[in-house]
Design a protein around this ligand. Sequence first.
Ligand code: SF4
Length: 373
Amino acid sequence: MAGIYIHIPFCKSRCIYCDFYSGVQTALLPGLIDALCIETESRVTDLNGEAVKTIYFGGGTPSLLQKEHFERLFDVIRRTYGMEDCAEITLEANPDDLTDDYLRCLSELPFNRISVGIQSFDDGQLKMLGRRHSARQAYDVVEKCKRYFSNISIDLMYGLPGQTLESWKHTISTAVALNIQHVSAYHLTYEPGTGMERMLASGTIRAVGEETSVQMYGMLAGMLHEAGFVQYEISNFARNDCFSKHNSSYWQGIPYVGVGPSAHSFAGDKRRWNIADTPEYIRKTKQGIACHEEETLTEDDKYNELLMLSLRTIRGLALDEVERRYGEQRVTELQRQCRPFIGKGAMTLMDGILRMTPEGWFISDGILAELFI
Ligand code: SF4
């Protein structure tokens, strides 16, 4: 089984915290669709005949595309890869694009999952982040989505400057009240080159303290758990088994083809990434000129990746897999390295499966740095 990721590198405006590759030059959209169709078709051999199980339109803002754009892309995927085995087809969408007419159009396309970028149900925080919707609009949009989708995810952010525990609690309880299937929640990171990072550096805003961050993460996990969500990954929560199949594939090392500017792909021991320059991507793809770089993973890279991907999920890391792939000595060393984290309650080892606890997930970067080769 395999996945296809399609990157739409346009946004109506840029949010001040975001470092995803996207720009506001939407006039390039027709050219982009042509190039995406060409690239999608040309990449079919990358999957070695594996059936496509998931398709994900991400960005940027894929909800800027019109019905005919999606139809062209689905037509290429259906003709080239086949969609008979597709179990999950997700669209990332911004609330302000989801009008009644647009949702009706989407319902006539093969999408069966929508992921809405809400970030907060606090108007002050939405304004500070540069989002174009209000808390009320976001709530109403998700209610409308329910008429067309039975699998709805929302994105939230915490650890925002000025965000109080009370305000975060309000955002989580509003998410719970929506009675949706999936929540992804990310702590704000001050990415280099973003407006948010400059504001932090100039002292215009202050980062939340670590203690508050830990409390916010605990509140998130606790409230969603009480509401029947399973935390199946560091930042992802689902109910009714609605785990994201596409993202779960990434974490299981399943191959995927990423098309579009800046999109990443993975196949076995190879990673590749497309040029992060939309005009150049369009020009070169139309001329049949390669515009990507790639690397072959070393055995050490693969080991580190196995740790990083499996320990971020509740699936955890099976020690017998480590032994089969890397030998007994590696398992002994790994167990020795994990002992202090198990002692602190940040990891568990049960029935030969090594897992991080929710406390461990919060400090996972530090733990993984200790475990990596
Ligand atoms: S957060 Fe989403 S909408 Fe905002 S700039 Fe980034 S990709 Fe665009």
